[in-house]
Write a protein that binds this ligand. Structure first.
Ligand code: PMP
Length: 348
């Protein structure tokens, strides 16, 4: 954490903000960590972790597939969703196969594709925060895209691209352009998943992660769902054995009754209160359904983030396309109260 100016990290597995350190609202993490049942399951499995325990991965994959209503052979587990994201960049972007992304969106894929010499077309989000699917389809044709990235809800905005727009995109994109739908934040939103598409099409890959709502960022567990041919291509880059602690915690999370509904409701309540508080002071946010929001601070965003950090609240920074906006993760009600105090101290 040294790069963040956080000098003391609690020995507790909880966040630094729980013990009077800075409030960390910069990585879209879940402030509650893994559910208590998930923590207990991870602790319990450590005693048996001298073995490979391969069956556990199969159990989790099967339960995920059943809950989502898709085939087991359409699901593959990874240590986080970053892993299949990296593999997608390696497989499907190159000097001759471009990438289409929104602007702004989660940067990892664009950065990797750029490093690989691929042309990256950045298409500004619409005013309402949705992906501009018509402009993205046109860009895909123009740059001969091998891959199109659609983050729904989008990071950093938390904004939604409606199902109709995604359907239009799938019907109108170039045949050779695969569509990677990143649903890292879907569980926080009111949107329906497009994961069922993987049973109908071989050019859609859907990513999920246990890092966000399930609070397992440090445990590392993610899912790629796609046609078996696409999963085989992803797997061709190497095996990825998973830590049994992540598998045990992941299984317990999927089985925990009401966990998603409870965390989703808690997040929505705190987020709506924060966005309303900001609006009452004249600061507007892009419409959000996730555990983060982008607010227009009406001054240099990076300088604003630095000032917030001096007040003990670490937030995201601005983007070239939006120099006066910052991203903020929705924390606990107590953390957002500290956010509000710092925000008010800076903006007067
Ligand atoms: N996708 C999105 C949209 C993200 O915001 C993140 C993490 N910030 C990831 C993927 C990667 O997360 P992980 O590897 O922990 O699943």
């Amino acid at each position: 954490l040294s790069g963040l100016g956080v000098s003391t990290v609690s020995a507790s597995p909880l966040r630094a903000s729980a013990v009077g350190g800075p409030v960390l609202l910069n990585f879209n993490e879940c402030p509650y960590g893994p559910a208590p049942v998930a923590q207990a399951a991870a602790r319990e499995i450590v005693a048996g972790s001298g073995r490979y325990l391969f069956a556990l991965a199969g159990e989790l994959r099967d339960l995920f597939a059943t809950q989502e209503g898709i085939g087991k052979d359409h699901v593959r587990l990874y240590p986080g969703s970053s892993e299949p994201l990296n593999r997608a960049a390696i497989l499907w972007t190159s000097a001759s196969a471009g990438l289409v992304v929104a602007d702004p969106t989660f940067e990892a894929l664009g950065d990797l594709a750029t490093a690989r010499g691929a042309t990256v077309a950045k298409v500004p989000l619409r005013e309402d925060g949705a992906h501009d699917v018509r402009a993205m389809a046109a860009a895909a044709a123009r740059i001969n895209a091998g891959l199109l990235y659609l983050c729904n809800p989008n990071n950093p905005t938390g904004s939604i691209t409606p199902a109709d727009d995604i359907a239009w995109l799938l019907a109108n994109k170039p045949r050779q352009t695969r569509v990677l739908v990143d649903e890292a934040y879907l569980q926080y939103s009111e949107q329906r998943s497009v994961i069922g598409q993987v049973m109908q099409r071989d050019d859609v890959i859907v990513l999920r992660t246990f890092s966000k709502l399930y609070g397992m960022a440090g445990l590392r567990l993610g899912v790629a769902a796609a046609h078996p041919d696409r999963l085989r291509e992803l797997a061709s880059l190497g095996d990825n054995p998973l830590p049994v602690t992540a598998l045990a915690a992941g299984l317990a999370s999927l089985r925990a009754p009401g966990l998603v509904a409870q965390r989703k409701a808690e997040n929505a309540q705190v987020r709506q209160a924060t966005v309303a508080w900001l609006a009452a002071r004249g600061f507007s946010c892009v419409p959000t359904e996730a555990n983060c929001f982008v607010v227009d601070v009406k001054r240099d965003g990076s300088a604003f983030a630095a000032a917030m950090a001096e007040h003990g609240v670490v937030i995201g920074r601005s983007w070239p396309i939006w120099p006066q906006r910052v991203r903020v993760t929705v924390g606990t009600a107590a953390e957002m109260a500290r956010f509000g105090d710092a925000f008010a101290a800076i903006t007067g």
